[in-house]
Write a protein that binds this ligand. Structure first.
Ligand code: ZN
Length: 540
């Protein structure tokens, strides 16, 4: 049951309507209210009053949803009346709408519209029925044409409702499987309006970034031009700039990405590695990839660097080139210092390097003549690098400690790597199942599936004073999970699936965030953190 309270446009004159209504409603029944710019107490659902503008102005409709989502508690439902069609519920759900109705479907049925998830047909123009639902499979197109208008409405209503119900189930499954975004990209291309909505959302990523998971178990499929703007890619790029510290040595080598991931397992990278031989340990390797941009070798396991898939044709769109060039440019500007830059690349990769070289007015030495894996190219790579090296900077890029340190920085913030993986730490285990020890204590484990660290209580204690990725709770001893009402404060950087430290007056725990910091602080209930280890503090 849900009670929708009448909208009060003229509050001063009819102000008693809502209160008289609310007096009769028991507290146990959820309440829905038209959103009027203000959040109210005890409201469970807000109605978008501007649904009428949906089909006319994508930008205003998007802004309306964004305003409501940013203004009301996170666990309040949003209802968009009279807009739902099989074609648009995936995109509207992605933008944050939770509830739909059948009004638009009924109107479409009365207008002879035969709906599908990719648009609609005028039923009079169909030569056969492109659906095998219960109501369509028993009819031929001839049957439909011989119906009276009333019979046709009744038939269309049944088919159209079947289609939207099936699509709702489909969208729920996509959410469960963690691939709604991929579906929305393909779905929204069926209509300029839906494409506009998705692009408005991508152009205003602040809200979406706050609630987007840090890792996902599914491969990230990036097959459309809209995939280029995915939060996972821009976040990786920004975090690398903000948190990653490149090794202190004299040569930075740019390599092309490979279809196989992690890159170093691919045939091409195996060839580069073999060609570099003993010189490799003095080099800072970065991999250039569309659409991720720059991936330092130490982060090649970290989500989404080893978790995305794109259609490889050798042809790069101008959009792709621009995004990757911008990311390479920022990286070289802020991270390469006085390193000599060598690029072992061909085709579009080389074009991008040349653009950046011109833009930053820096020299890039190219070592590939034709294919990067040809004998000539590889021997040229080895020769060039050997001549450029300053062997006094005895840096061993490939040791697991540097990799784990970089991952710790990427995950928890710059300089955390020095605390969690100091030079006296010992790394155990075969690649990539590394474990970090200091003296006899295990500090962290690398989760190969995502390329991020899981902390032990000892690890959490080491960085507890940094107050990074920390959830502060009330005075209780958690069992299993932390619920929202028990939380006092959180680090705003926390995203869903982040490794977090939980601190209470008498306890320290480690676990995995289920919600983002934003959700934790803006929800009334729900599981916020799954706890893995709990330790009572001595003072308790
Ligand atoms: Zn049907």
């Amino acid at each position: 049951n849900l009670v929708i309270v009448p909208h009060q446009i003229f509050t001063p004159t009819v102000g008693n309507i809502k209160s008289s209504f609310l007096d009769d409603i028991s507290n146990s029944i959820p309440i829905g209210l038209v959103y009027d710019g203000y959040k109210k107490d005890n409201v469970d659902m807000y109605i978008i009053s501007g649904s009428g503008i949906y089909s006319k102005n994508a930008r205003r409709f998007f802004e309306q949803i964004l305003e409501i989502k940013s203004n009301v508690p996170f666990d309040t439902a949003i209802y968009a009346p009279a807009v739902a069609l099989p074609q648009n519920i995936a995109t509207l759900t992605y933008l944050g709408v939770d509830l739909f109705d059948s009004t638009a479907v009924l109107i479409a049925s009365s207008q002879d519209m035969y709906l599908t998830t990719y648009g609609f047909y005028d039923v009079n123009q169909l030569s056969e029925l492109p659906c095998m639902c219960q109501d369509c499979s028993s009819l031929s197109h001839q049957n439909v044409m011989s119906m009276t208008r009333k019979e046709r409405f009744s038939f269309l209503k049944k088919h159209n409702i079947n289609v939207i119900k099936a699509e709702l189930a489909n969208v729920r499954q996509k959410i469960k499987d963690g691939c709604l975004r991929e579906y929305v990209e393909s779905q929204s291309s069926s209509s300029p309006l839906l494409t506009s909505l998705l692009r408005h959302s991508d152009n205003n990523p602040t809200y979406m970034e706050k609630i987007t998971e840090i890792v996902r178990s599914r491969t990230l499929i990036a097959n459309t031009s809209d995939s280029l703007h995915r939060i996972e890619f821009s976040r990786f790029s920004q975090r690398t700039l903000d948190r990653y510290s490149p090794p202190d040595n004299s040569v930075c080598l740019i390599l092309p990405c490979s279809a196989r991931k992690p890159y170093s397992f691919s045939q091409s990278h195996q060839k580069y590695i073999k060609a570099l031989g003993k010189y490799r340990k003095y080099i800072h390797e970065i991999i250039l990839s569309s659409p991720l941009g720059v991936i330092p070798r130490e982060l090649e396991l970290t989500y989404p660097a080893a978790h995305y898939d794109i259609a490889v044709t050798g042809h790069w769109s101008e959009d792709e080139k621009k995004i990757v060039a911008d990311r390479l440019s920022s990286y070289l500007k802020y991270k390469s210092g006085s390193k000599k830059i060598v690029a072992h690349v061909e085709g579009a990769y080389r074009e991008i390097c040349e653009r950046v070289s011109l833009e930053l007015n820096i020299d890039i030495i190219y070592t590939a003549t034709g294919k990067t894996t040809s004998k000539d190219s590889l021997s040229n790579l080895r020769k060039t690098v050997s001549l450029l090296l300053d062997e006094s900077s005895n840096f061993r890029n490939l040791e697991p400690r540097k990799m784990l340190k970089s991952i710790a920085d990427y995950q928890f913030g710059s300089k955390i790597g020095e605390i969690l993986v100091p030079n006296n730490s010992i790394i155990k285990g075969p690649y990539p199942k590394y474990q970090v020890y200091i003296d006899q204590d295990q500090i962290a484990t690398l989760i190969p599936q995502y390329g991020i660290l899981a902390l032990t209580i000892e690890g959490a204690k080491l960085i507890a004073d940094e107050n990074k990725y920390t959830v502060y709770i009330d005075d209780f001893i958690p069992k299993g999970s932390i619920l929202v009402p028990g939380i006092i404060n959180v680090d705003p950087d926390i995203r869903p699936k982040d490794e977090v430290i939980v601190k209470g007056p008498r306890v320290i725990c480690v676990g995995r965030a289920v919600m983002s910091a934003y959700e934790m602080m803006n929800s009334s209930y729900g599981i916020a953190v799954d706890i893995r280890h709990v330790q009572k503090l001595d003072n308790s």
